[in-house]
Design a protein around this ligand. Structure first.
Ligand code: PLP
Length: 382
């Protein structure tokens, strides 16, 4: 493989490609040599130093710094969490639903988002769903009809894990802010796959994790809160690492941190932090903007190939309307994922669609291998 290409430079750092065509980063990124070494380092530090708490706290601060750099936030605007759900649930627990009660969310949200907001119905929230159109996107006009003066918050997903459609976040933010509503963005399917800037997007809150395009592992995520909104929520889902003074060890009151750290909870996920920092650093070394360009090229090739086979791409085909994930309709998607797996190609399924999600390490040959497998299983394409 030519070292002048992006995968030519990076693929050898991901041993899985010696055995498989791994094209499933929407579920989890491939394991790299540096993330494996980070786990070794965690065990070595534990073994050599016992409980190096100061170092672990410092690692948590490094994770916070890495996240803030990724999305152009300030460090104190970022909480280090154990999942996207944990950050969002902390926010939801601390909002008041009295003066404005409505939470508007798109029908393309990840389950956790719907579940967290519906759980707030017992505290007075009124949850309204915005339907997707027939093309798998949620038109901005649908948000326009749902957001009103009673809307507290609009909860949206950047790229849908179900359809691969990318939302026009700025248009939704404009509508929401015009009407005094806040915006939470689930950026799990975009972080690491394309450059993100919270200031440019204009969102008030953003959640994401390191498991997918940031090449980390389960257990580490982060939550951004715009500085002006630190006091907006007083989380009741909380813990000592959310306290103003973590090591005060005070059991007599609740004084949340004055910063976004108030959205944290208990002991930070130390092993996942070692791995997550290594994953983020590797993605930065590889180049997130270059990865976006590379994957768009691969996706053009994939979409053209599926068209030629007479298949149906469920994801909007325009470059500005999709992320890394491309969904392909199937009559028996479980059978199709298994047929690809039998040829050594790792993909996944949701909603009757095959999910193919390329990253920096994938090549044109990987796309051609997927297309060849689809050709051989054409009867499974819808
Ligand atoms: C869009 C989206 N949101 C959230 C999640 C998961 O979030 P959590 O870290 O809470 O498990 C995923 C992962 O599968 C996802 O694709």
């Amino acid at each position: 493989m030519a070292v002048s290409t992006l995968p030519g430079r990076v693929r050898s750092r991901f041993p899985i490609f010696e055995r498989l065509v791994y094209i499933n980063s929407c579920s989890q990124g491939a394991l790299s040599d540096s993330v494996r070494s980070a786990y070794d380092a965690y065990l070595r530090d534990w073994d050599e130093q016992g409980a190096p708490w100061d170092y672990w706290v410092e690692r948590t601060e490094s994770a916070r710094a890495a996240f803030s750099g990724l999305v152009n936030a300030d460090r104190d605007e970022v909480a280090v969490t154990t999942s996207l759900s944990a950050g969002v649930a902390s926010l939801a627990s601390g909002l008041r639903y009295a003066s404005r009660s409505k939470v508007v969310l798109s029908d393309l949200e990840f389950p956790t988002i719907g579940q967290i907001w519906h759980a707030q119905e017992s505290r007075g929230a009124r949850v309204v769903h915005v339907p997707a159109g027939p093309d798998g996107t949620v038109p901005v006009e649908h948000f326009d009809a749902a957001i009103d003066d009673d809307t507290l918050l609009v909860s949206i997903t950047h790229v849908s894990y179900r359809t691969g459609a990318m939302l026009d976040v700025q248009a939704v933010v404009e509508l929401a802010h015009e009407r005094g509503a806040l915006v939470l963005l689930d950026a799990y399917q975009t972080v690491g796959s394309m450059p993100l800037d919270v200031k440019e997007l204009g969102v008030d809150f953003l959640g994401a994790g390191v498991l997918k395009y940031l090449l980390g592992s389960a257990g580490l995520a982060f939550f951004y809160c715009r500085r002006e909104l630190f006091e907006k929520a007083r989380p009741t889902a909380t813990g000592w690492f959310a306290d103003e003074d973590i090591f005060a060890m005070d059991i007599h009151d609740y004084s949340p941190s004055p910063t976004a750290r108030r959205f944290q909870s208990g002991t930070p996920p130390v092993p996942s932090i070692y791995a997550g920092i290594a994953g983020i650093e590797l993605m930065q070394e590889i180049g997130i903007a270059a990865t976006r360009e590379h994957v768009l090229e691969l996706n053009d090739r994939l979409i053209a190939g599926v068209d030629e086979l007479g298949g149906t791409v469920a994801t909007p085909r325009e470059r500005e309307q999709h992320g890394a994930l491309i969904c392909i309709r199937s009559t028996d998607v479980t059978g199709l994922v298994a047929a690809l797996a039998a040829r050594g190609i790792v993909t996944s399924e949701r909603d009757g669609s095959l999910r193919v999600s390329a990253h920096a390490y994938n090549t044109e040959e990987d796309i051609d291998a997927v297309l060849e497998a689809l050709r051989r299983n054409r009867e499974l394409l819808a």
